[in-house]
Design a protein around this ligand. Structure first.
Ligand SMILES: [Zn+2]
Length: 335
């Protein structure tokens, strides 16, 4: 098949796998890898206490505008609910079912919540980096963003006891991926919504793995204008899983689910989330995994050199020299 790979004059990939998906070969022959993310952002949001110009207004319970130069105690306490109550409720629901997950942790939030970090580590959850602050990086210059990435990794390593292997900015800039690759040490980033499977990306000659995330299977939609309500969220997730299981009989897929402590951690929403957790827990065709486990699996089964032979993966454990010759000649999607 032919492939329209991003070229210099138009650096987007609109074709992707072009309808001819690789077989994911998930462990146990699973048809879908379900991946839960719990975002930890509270304490890293906009606040004059953090040196910001205005209060937070994004993903709040009611339509809110940012207050310039002032605190908004209503919004602050909505956020505080997430780390005070929401985290512990969600943790119980996942623990009771033995479901692993990945935390997207804002470094400043992790630093301000040591008890939460200790509990997440005790539960063997992956803690990936969600950058230094929960702000809009699209508005920042590359020098400041580079500095935030460095500080995020430094703080994350101090408070979590190990460096993050995954990255997700969320409100990213056009420079984010380049800066993350430049920093190095990450097995994947998730600043993409472009596919149902991981894929390799060439970042100036470096092979970089992308695990797409989701804004539709995401509880953020409880509190924005496209809103879910309790029961429509679990119903939407269940319908999505059913379709992916059907497609996954031929070519297995990945399904991300995005959660927030202060949103799904509220009892009415946690009760609804529980319905979907009960669908996936113990499902014979579902592999519930941490994001880093999916990244490691993909890097082993579909190493970069088979997809981007012109790029170098600095984190590769497998090298082209170790590969059987037909692995290279049989590669699809070569440039
Ligand atoms: Zn987030």
């Amino acid at each position: 098949m032919t492939r329209a790979f991003p070229s210099g004059d138009y650096p987007r990939d609109l074709a992707g796998y072009g309808g001819d998906l690789p077989h994911a070969q998930w462990p146990g022959g699973a048809k879908v890898a379900v991946q839960f993310v719990v975002n930890v952002e509270e304490g890293g949001e906009n606040n004059v206490l953090h040196g910001d110009e205005a209060s937070e207004a994004f993903l709040t319970e009611e339509p809110t505008s940012a207050l310039r130069g002032r605190r908004n105690l209503n919004v602050e306490s909505q956020y505080e609910y997430g780390t005070r109550a929401g985290f512990w409720r969600l943790r119980r629901l996942f623990e009771e079912r033995g479901l692993p997950l990945t935390v997207f942790g804002i470094a400043e939030s992790l630093r301000r919540n040591p008890g939460l970090v200790a509990a997440a580590r005790e539960s063997e959850w992956e803690i990936a980096s969600h950058s230094l602050r929960w702000i809009n990086y699209a508005e920042l210059d590359p020098e400041t963003e580079r500095e935030h990435i460095e500080r995020a990794v430094r703080i994350h390593t101090e408070v979590c006891g190990e460096a993050p292997l995954g990255w997700y900015t969320g409100r990213n800039s056009a420079n984010t991926r380049r800066l993350v690759v430049e920093h190095g040490g990450f097995l994947y980033d998730s600043d993409s919504f472009s596919d149902d499977l991981p894929y390799w990306s060439d970042v100036d000659g470096t092979a970089h793995l992308v695990l797409p995330y989701t804004l539709d299977n995401n509880d953020g939609r409880y509190v924005n204008t496209y809103g879910f309500q309790s029961e429509s969220f679990s119903a939407y997730l269940t319908r999505a899983l059913e379709l992916l299981l059907e497609e996954g009989a031929e070519r297995p897929r990945m399904m991300s689910v995005g959660l927030h402590l202060r949103i799904s951690g509220r009892p009415g929403r946690a009760a609804d989330l529980r319905r979907f957790l009960d669908v996936v827990a113990g499902h014979p065709d579902v592999w519930v995994a941490r994001r880093v486990d999916i990244a490691r699996h993909w890097r082993t089964v579909h190493p970069a050199f088979r997809w981007l032979p012109g790029s170098v993966d600095p984190l590769a454990e497998d090298t082209p020299g170790d590969a059987p010759a037909d692995a290279l000649t049989g590669a699809r999607l070569r440039r």
